[in-house]
Design a protein around this ligand. Structure first.
Ligand SMILES: NC(=O)c1ccc[n+]([C@@H]2O[C@H](COP(=O)([O-])OP(=O)(O)OC[C@H]3O[C@@H](n4cnc5c(N)ncnc54)[C@H](OP(=O)(O)O)[C@@H]3O)[C@@H](O)[C@H]2O)c1
Length: 460
């Protein structure tokens, strides 16, 4: 049958490359290239061919040199030119590769044409986005198309939000029946022997997030309500603005990151699909494994806080939050924030980003404090106060430029060698796609640890 005249011509895919890193010359992109080279053509790695893409070939060649240092860049890594303002260049990329790793951000500004090209052509897509409105908008606009073409689109495959997703599941799976969790609060602590610094790209994404906060609410109002998981016990109390978590020695305040939203999306998808998402071509054994995995994940209320050892550190975080929260709402304020990032973030974000030394000396700990009931049956007998606590922890290297590339690459390797076990296509959060795979083990082998800290009865 001839295509209708006004139907877009979808180019046929004949992927030459396993992976294209798009935005490879960006601050995060170059660390992603460095991580990818560790797995390129090594024994048993499914990553046999890699290409770098972006709008500036000279910068991309320099990136490759930097990432390969002190070795020479491996031969046969093509440099491809593509720009988000040129949809044809993006469709061409999609026909050339099995999988795009998108590091071009802020995603609110540049992400949609890339997702659109992947959804249209059936190319798989992972990114390191931490912007909830972008993720939900992509799901609303491209999920159906992606299901149809077999394009697996997964955002937030970086520090945002895989440690939160897997860390939540890890905690929730420690509650063995008849015990059930009621809430899990994550406490993030960033540590460094030098300075903790982020690059402008992340700061800009956060500032734009504040400016467009009402767009996310508008989007949600325009869509059908998602299923809500049934969580045993009452909703958690609000608690103080600044909390002192004595157990882990941190003062903490709410962190308005993407994490809790992404975890909630995974729990909503799980509520709608209690056995998880069927894979493209799963074996009977794999189907059983997937179902068994999801039967051990229990829903709970989830929130994320950022913590510091000193109260002064918390006041500093609150001050930066107030600057971004107030100035981010008006155009002149945003101009000021982006013109003087170091001043308004009190030194946490810089135009040039952190030095390599600063990146190597930083690390994170994310504590998951779960509260719940030792026996679910007691809830119906009027026991409404949690009587059990399970504390777990995820730890790893610097969040933006070491942990994020490690996570993105391991997700990519899973897409390459376990594609049959993953959904045929669609736009999803990372937890529901990678939860039942070996992602956690892979992260552990690459320096991101998961451990159980304590299990205690607490006085109800
Ligand atoms: N999930 C996480 O935890 C995490 C961690 C780190 C970063 N991120 C996110 O990653 C994104 C990038 O951050 P970054 O600090 O790496 O920013 P960056 O250094 O500014 O890099 C942005 C990249 O996008 C490219 N780009 C911009 N406009 C483009 C266009 N029209 N067409 C093609 N490429 C274009 C730039 O190309 P040129 O090189 O040619 O300028 C550059 O490679 C941000 O959204 C940030 O929030 C997330």
């Amino acid at each position: 049958m001839q295509p209708m005249e006004d139907e877009p011509q979808v180019q046929k895919r004949s992927p030459q490359y396993d992976v294209v890193i798009f935005g490879a010359s960006g601050f995060t992109g170059k660390y992603v290239v460095q991580e990818a080279l560790k797995f390129l053509n090594t024994p048993s790695s499914p990553l046999k061919s890699l290409a770098l893409a972006g709008r500036n070939p000279t910068k991309l060649r320099e990136t490759l040199k930097w990432a390969a240092h002190p070795q020479n860049p491996p031969p046969h890594i093509p440099i491809l030119t593509a720009d988000t303002t040129d949809p044809q260049s993006l469709r061409r990329l999609c026909t050339q590769t099995k999988l795009i790793l998108n590091c071009v951000g802020p995603f609110r500004l540049y992400g949609e044409p890339v997702v659109a090209a992947c959804a249209e052509t059936g190319c798989d897509y992972l990114d390191i986005c931490g912007e909830p409105e972008f993720m939900e908008r992509m799901e609303a606009k491209y999920h159906e198309k992606a299901v149809e073409t077999g394009s697996l689109v997964v955002s937030a495959c970086g520090f945002d939000s895989v440690p939160a997703e897997l860390g939540f599941m890890f905690n929730s799976r420690q509650w063995v029946a008849p015990a059930v969790p009621n809430r899990v609060e994550a406490y993030l602590s960033l540590e460094s022997e030098k300075r903790i610094v982020g690059n402008l790209g992340t700061y800009e994404s956060a500032v734009l997030g504040v400016a467009n906060a009402d767009k996310l609410l508008e989007l949600r109002r325009s869509r059908p309500r998602r299923a809500r998981p049934v969580i045993p016990g009452p909703p958690p109390p609000k608690g103080p603005t600044i909390e002192h978590q004595k157990n882990i020695g941190l003062h903490a305040v709410k962190l308005p990151s993407a994490d809790s939203i992404v975890v909630r999306r995974t729990l909503a998808t799980l509520t709608e699909n209690p056995d998880g998402l069927p894979g493209l071509n799963e074996s009977a054994e794999q189907i059983e494994r997937r179902k068994a995995f999801w039967s051990t994940v229990k829903p709970a209320h989830f929130g994320v806080k950022i913590g510091t050892k000193s109260l002064l550190g918390i006041y500093r975080i609150i001050a930066v939050g107030i600057f971004i929260g107030i100035l981010g709402k008006v155009a002149f304020g945003r101009w000021l924030l982006l013109k003087f990032p170091s001043f308004f973030s009190l030194g946490w974000f810089e135009k040039k980003g952190p030095t390599e030394d600063e990146v190597r000396s930083a690390s994170f700990k994310m504590w998951f404090v779960g509260h719940g009931f030792g026996d679910i049956n007691l809830i119906s007998q009027g026991n409404s106060k949690p009587d059990m606590e399970i504390v777990t922890r995820v730890m790893g290297p610097e969040i933006g430029y070491l942990t994020t590339p490690i996570i993105l690459l391991q997700c990519a390797l899973i897409v390459l060698n376990q594609r049959d076990n993953l959904p045929k296509g669609g736009v999803y959060p990372p937890g529901i796609v990678f939860g039942p795979t070996d992602l956690q083990e892979r992260l552990q082998q690459n320096g991101i640890s998961f451990d159980v800290v304590s299990k205690n009865a607490i006085s109800a």
